[in-house]
Design a protein. Structure first.
Length: 383
């Protein structure tokens, strides 16, 4: 189906260039600490439609000290290309050394985190502390780009709080210091994840640095929200975080909407969901070993079945998963148990089970009001 003219569809360019790095799609996977690990990035790439994936944030000092956990965070694979690594740190010299080390390892670009609100990060002058130290942030970028041939990008929020919206000014300074692109999450540090993304705030950044690609980020979960982001902000690309872990098909769907004129790309069916879920688990166990891979997968299994009708019996079992063999047993069980909710064709849900369920609400930081996209519980819940 082609897109209706009256919706004034806004087109992004099909490819995007970040400081010399040519990317095949203007859609990006946002860093999500604890989620954007190698298996998830490989899965997203296998499904297709993504331009660039970024790792979880990594401590620059840990990287240059060859800390095992930091090295695991940047673990990659021939199919995990092009890859951006996000680093944070308060010491420009350490950040520069980390960026050079990543360049030597073949990373496509380095991203500096300027949005992380956790006290441990802000306390060393890194993360969102840089939002209120534009000069320090620019000096950091100037030091990191020295002698670096791969692009350096920065991921910022709109500012520290409503009274301190620094993003447009910060973006100009980062550009002058040598940043190749700016990713902007349209919320302040104080906002956490509450409220809705401020698209006008992102637009102000786009207007401040017209010569740089600005990548809009926040609350994009489907074609409609991606269109809104493109139309209101004028951004060059769109970065997606939570929307990708609840729907890893999103990048492919966005390509269909933006470039193939498909108004509403089809939702993956039962078989496709099971296929991708199985592949995800396989990649997890390849990367983390069978036991650890299964344990880590426990929180991901429920995402895949949310739109498949009742799933409580499946969720009870998948959240105790011990092995890949058990996964196959759970699928056999789930297939049989689910029949009671299906029409005679064995495919369609009976009408009363057909509502589109949102992913389960998980704890939101106490001081933030509820957001419409769930935020996973964890130490980084205040991004
Ligand atoms: C669990 C979680 C972990 C995150 N980790 C990071 C991170 O490591 N680095 C970063 O820059 N942003 C991080 N973020 C912020 C996201 O990259 C993104 O900016 C934010 O979630 C808004 O985009 P979304 O609405 O598409 O999720 C994290 C967000 C969540 C929910």
């Amino acid at each position: 189906m082609s897109y209706p003219q009256h919706l004034s569809f806004v087109q992004l360019k099909r490819t995007i260039n970040l400081g010399g790095l040519n990317l095949p799609s203007p859609f990006f996977l946002s860093p999500l600490a604890g989620y954007t690990n190698l298996p998830f990035r490989r899965l997203i790439r296998e499904i297709g439609g993504v331009g660039l994936c970024t790792t979880d944030l990594v401590n620059a000092r840990s990287l240059i000290e060859n800390n095992k956990k930091a090295l695991k965070l940047i673990e990659t694979h021939a199919t995990d290309q092009p890859l951006a690594v996000q680093i944070f740190g308060g010491k420009p010299e350490e950040m520069r050394r980390a960026a050079h080390m990543l360049q030597e390892r073949g990373v496509a670009s380095v991203d500096i985190n300027m949005g992380c609100p956790v006290p441990k990060v802000c306390g060393v002058g890194a993360g969102s502390a840089l939002l209120r130290d534009c000069e320090g942030a620019a000096a950091l970028v100037a030091e990191v780009v020295r002698g670096l041939s791969i692009p350096l990008t920065c991921k910022i929020r709109l500012g520290w709080d409503e009274g301190n919206i620094t993003a447009p000014d910060l973006a100009k300074r980062l550009r002058d210091a040598g940043a190749a692109a700016i990713f902007v999450h349209g919320r302040t540090r104080e906002q956490g994840f509450s409220g809705r993304v401020n698209l006008a705030g992102i637009r102000a950044v786009v207007e401040a640095v017209p010569e740089l690609p600005v990548i809009g980020n926040g609350d994009v979960v489907d074609c409609e929200s991606a269109q809104r982001m493109a139309r209101v902000t004028g951004c060059a690309g769109i970065s997606i975080g939570r929307g990708a872990f609840y729907n890893p098909w999103i990048f492919r769907q966005l390509n269909s909407c933006f470039f193939d004129g498909v108004e509403s790309p089809p939702e993956p069916d039962f078989e496709e969901r099971v296929r991708i879920m199985r592949r995800h688990l396989e990649l997890m166990t390849e990367c983390f070993g069978e036991r650890d891979g299964c344990i880590r997968f426990r929180k991901m299994g429920p995402w895949y079945v949310k739109k498949l009708g009742p799933a409580n019996a499946f969720n009870r079992r998948i959240t105790q998963l011990q092995s890949r063999e058990e996964f196959e047993e759970i699928i056999v069980f789930y297939r049989a148990w689910r029949r009671q909710f299906l029409e005679e064709d064995g495919v369609t849900l009976k009408p009363r089970y057909r509502h589109d369920e949102e992913p389960e609400e998980v704890a939101v930081p106490a001081s933030a009001s509820r957001t419409h996209i769930p935020v996973p519980v964890g130490p980084v819940e205040w991004w």
